[in-house]
Design a binder for this molecule. Structure first.
Ligand SMILES: [Zn+2]
Length: 395
């Protein structure tokens, strides 16, 4: 299945995505990264990557019937993982609040659509402030349209934006980059520029599951000429190719580019292809799960082969919540609003040297336990977190 997907994507689309990764990473760095501030204790020698990916039920994942949807997680990664089999979301099962809760270690109720910053400091802020590490050390790359820039830092007075993460929405940046390229491109590149733009926007909006519009933020106007040319050429080829491109695929490429160029010790990746469930298509939801499964495996392969990460990185892979049970009044898998265990109890798979020995933990844990655990691995504290550090880790 996955090999078909890979082969079916084609070389031009791959080239486009690689170009997009370079473009976005370079663009964000040009906008946001201040001069390097060396840390008194030196840079941390441990790295943490957190992959959060929307809502999936146990039924479609770690259950007898669900394993077929997650071949890599179940067969390649689980045997070497620390696996928590009952991870509870006891907060609000909406995307912004769920991810905010994971990142702050406190149950957040700040609005479902990212109108407000998390009310407590995030792991990014604890890490950057306490260890004096620069902005290039903490990133969040997100497909999820229910997030906003405010996910990168909380509103706590002692922390906040100066210690926050670089927040990257690859699709959002691509929309503006594509529009700019088309506006500035030579007309002979496109038989029909309007059609090209329409096609690209349709592709990028493909998983606009929440019905939100992109708020296009000011894409850098100073693009590297070589990158710009790479993108423009690839766009020309891309518009001739039919077939969907996953938003998570783009997010993965951008994340990997950031790893290769900047090697941040703290990287959070928020996928959302599984949220196609909101459209009501079970097959699209399952395709999203399979895509996530493959991208998580590719991420782990990158960690193992990338010298900056190999042997010193802890990876956490977890859903934000489950989804509603079949037959529920909220339409089952489409939504994630019930108080049923199907929506509240999920799992977490962790990889890396710090996990000790592979094992399955049946004891219930909570999403808010992750932040203090990861803070410990990174060498800082999360004093406002309500969760407890997980004892299985060798800190
Ligand atoms: Zn959703």
């Amino acid at each position: 299945m996955e090999s078909e997907t890979r082969a079916g994507m084609g070389i031009s689309k791959r080239a486009f995505l690689r170009g997009a990764g370079v473009l976005v990473a370079g663009e964000v760095l040009a906008r946001k990264v201040p001069a390097w501030r060396s840390s008194s204790g030196g840079p941390p020698d441990r790295k943490v990557i957190v992959t959060i990916f929307g809502g999936v039920r146990r039924k479609e994942t770690f259950s007898a019937a669900g394993l077929q949807n997650i071949p890599h997680l179940a067969h390649d990664l689980l045997p070497q993982a620390l696996f928590y089999n009952d991870v509870r979301n006891e907060g609000t099962t909406a995307h912004f609040n769920a991810i905010s809760s994971i990142l702050t270690g406190t149950w957040q109720r700040v609005g479902d659509w990212g109108e407000l910053s998390p009310s407590s400091p995030t792991l990014f802020e604890y890490f950057r402030k306490q260890l004096g590490v620069p902005a290039r050390s903490a990133w969040i790359v997100a497909s999820n349209k229910a997030l906003t820039n405010l996910i990168g830092a909380g509103s706590s007075r002692d922390y906040g934006l100066p210690y926050g993460a670089n927040v990257v929405f690859p699709k959002q940046l691509m929309v503006s980059a594509v529009e700019e390229a088309i506006q500035q491109g030579k007309s002979h590149d496109f038989v029909d520029r309007e059609k090209a733009l329409t096609d690209l926007e349709a592709m990028l909006e493909g998983n606009n599951y929440e019905g939100l519009g992109w708020t296009v933020f000011d894409a850098a106007t100073q693009l590297d000429p070589e990158v710009r040319e790479t993108i423009r050429k690839a766009i020309t080829e891309l518009v001739d190719a039919n077939g969907p491109m996953s938003g998570d695929e783009l997010t993965f490429f951008v994340s990997r580019e950031i790893m290769r160029k900047f090697a941040p010790p703290l990287l959070v990746i928020a996928f959302s292809d599984v949220e196609a469930a909101h459209f009501g298509s079970y097959s699209l939801h399952l395709a999203g799960i399979r895509n996530t499964d493959r991208l998580c495996y590719e991420l782990w392969q990158e960690v193992k082969s990338n010298q900056a990460y190999s042997g010193k990185t802890t990876v956490a892979i977890l859903p934000e919540f489950g989804r509603d049970p079949d037959g529920s009044s909220t339409n089952g898998f489409l939504n994630h609003r019930s108080f049923d265990p199907s929506c509240r109890s999920t799992w977490m798979l962790m990889l890396g040297d710090a996990i000790g020995r592979p094992q399955v933990i049946e004891r219930p844990i909570r999403h808010i336990d992750l932040c203090p655990t990861l803070a410990g691995l990174l060498g800082c504290l999360a004093p406002d977190a309500q969760g407890a550090g997980l004892p299985e880790f060798r800190v």
